[in-house]
Ligand binder design. Structure first.
Ligand SMILES: [Zn+2]
Ligand SMILES: [Zn+2]
Length: 205
């Protein structure tokens, strides 16, 4: 129980009917909204993962001669969507809350499933956690941070970086995503591997 008369998240003085809670009601609602926004097939996490496809397999390769500002953003998305990123942060909180009887540990599985399980149990138990969990400020700050970074990358992120290549079969120019594994010529359908696309003489256009 919170001995202080203030919300640990926004530091506003608690109303009389909020006394003893660690977080005020508006803070609880905001945390819940942000968790909800991250989960599900249309949530921020799923949309971050979509921004990585189909280039995710080629992220390890360096693209020589490119200094696009979108590359750091894509690496940031890769970090966030990997199992040590958002999933790891949320599951660490599930573990922490579960040790206090405030959450149910997940059963593993695909990353999206793990995210949804973690958020499900955190949201379910949030009303009790705001009354009992002293580290609500830290939790709120981390959820806020994930939500803010994720929103900025999804909404403010640029379109995938495009470059031009000249078809090795028909000579017409076509565009391809810099993170794609390969691309087909728009004119004749000739397939070009990533190595072909990145050849200097293939990108004259
Ligand atoms: Zn508050
Ligand atoms: Zn062609």
């Amino acid at each position: 129980m919170n001995e202080s008369p203030n919300c640990v998240v926004c530091t506003r003085e608690l109303w009389e009917d909020e006394l003893g809670r660690y977080a005020c009601r508006p803070c609880e609602r905001r945390i819940d909204d942000r968790l909800a926004a991250l989960a599900g097939p249309r949530g921020l996490y799923a949309r971050l993962c979509l921004r990585m496809e189909p280039g995710s397999r080629s992220m390890g390769e360096s693209v020589s001669g490119s200094s696009s500002p979108s590359i750091p953003a894509n690496l940031q998305i890769l970090d966030l969507t990997a199992s040590g990123g958002i999933v790891g942060t949320l599951e660490a909180w599930v573990e922490d809350w579960a040790s206090q009887g405030l959450a149910t540990r997940g059963t593993g599985g695909r990353l999206q499933h793990r995210i949804d399980q973690a958020i499900g149990t955190l949201r379910l138990n949030l009303p009790r956690a705001v009354e009992r969990h002293p580290a609500m400020d830290e939790f709120a700050r981390e959820v806020d941070g994930i939500w803010r970074t994720g929103s900025a990358l999804v909404d403010g992120g640029r379109e995938p970086v495009k470059a031009s290549a000249t078809c090795q079969a028909c000579g017409n120019a076509f565009r391809f995503g810099l993170f794609d594994d390969g691309a087909d010529c728009r004119s004749c359908g000739q397939h070009h591997t990533r190595a072909m696309l990145l050849q200097p003489d293939a990108s004259a256009a």
